[in-house]
Design a protein around this ligand. Sequence first.
Ligand SMILES: Cc1cc2nc3c(=O)[nH]c(=O)nc-3n(C[C@H](O)[C@H](O)[C@H](O)COP(=O)(O)O)c2cc1C
Length: 337
Amino acid sequence: MMTPATIDPLHTPLCDLLGCEVPVLLAGMGGVARWELAAAVAEAGGYATLGMVREDPALIESEVTALRAATDRPFAVNLIPSATDPALLEAQIRCCLDLGIGAFSFFWDVMPEVIARVKQAGCLVLHQVGTRQAAAEAEQAGVDVLIVQGVEAGGHVHGREAGLDLAVGVHAVSRLPVVIAGGISTGDDLAAALRAGLDGVQCGTAFLATGESFAHDYHKTRVTAATGDDTVLTDVFVLNWPKGAAVRVIGNSVTDALDGRLFGHDPATLPRDAIAWDGDAPRLRFSTDSPLRTTTGDMEAMALFAGQGAGRINDIPPAGVRLRDMAEAARRILAQG
Ligand SMILES: Cc1cc2nc3c(=O)[nH]c(=O)nc-3n(C[C@H](O)[C@H](O)[C@H](O)COP(=O)(O)O)c2cc1C
């Protein structure tokens, strides 16, 4: 019998669960993964996530409405429960449930009560984790899909283990579909993940550097020029996050000035000076804001999030082209046996 997998080696059971054609997930990048990028990824056959961390419910509603007007494919909304003020989180979740959102993608520390609430509402829950312990907690709390993030990842980095080792280790002890995130940029990376028995990949940086992403062109261009070695892991971009929360960024004047002291920075004592603006909103040096289409000011000194796969990202194509190229290359590699 012909099953989807015999027709297309990329069609894993995860595709049936999520309602996509290829097991490539758009990471829910805050600020960057807005409706235009999400629509492009979904229309090209991937699985889209709207990055809505700490966003006002009014923006969530307008983004969801615009995304639904652009595609009828399923998608998730990304929130970070443990890093969001409880009143805002409550308003975000209520807004999403009122809008009939069918899937959530959560990140950072596992909050079982939040997972239980949206599961009770009938939603699918994907949870990104960076440690074996958090993977076990998320599974115990009832999530449907584990996204296992390696230390190679751009943006906030939850654990310190290399992605493939961690994801394969989690896969061995879990009954859930396991998606790997961190440094995944090419068809080789996708094929390697599937060959290792994983169910799919999640990409952030590779989709940041595309035409539809809401990142500022300065950020996109810096990604295309960077090598994996140009990225650094640091906790200096930590204003409004818990002390010790690490991010992977392209090294810049801020990280250079640390003289190697990449860790140990305290959000309570870091200075708060505005270096850029989004409309009326100041963007502070040492904050986790990255430059968006709407940002003006000193973008070089902002958090230029990028994963270690940046060295293999050399252009800024439409997101659908990035996804199809990755899928085609992976099919060729997998066909070689
Ligand atoms: C610009 C940027 C913003 C991010 N923001 C979020 C976020 O808001 N929520 C989230 O769950 N993950 C976020 N991440 C992390 C991604 O989910 C994912 O782990 C990461 O992009 C994978 O590594 P890669 O960038 O090398 O593909 C972000 C990553 C980047 C690059």
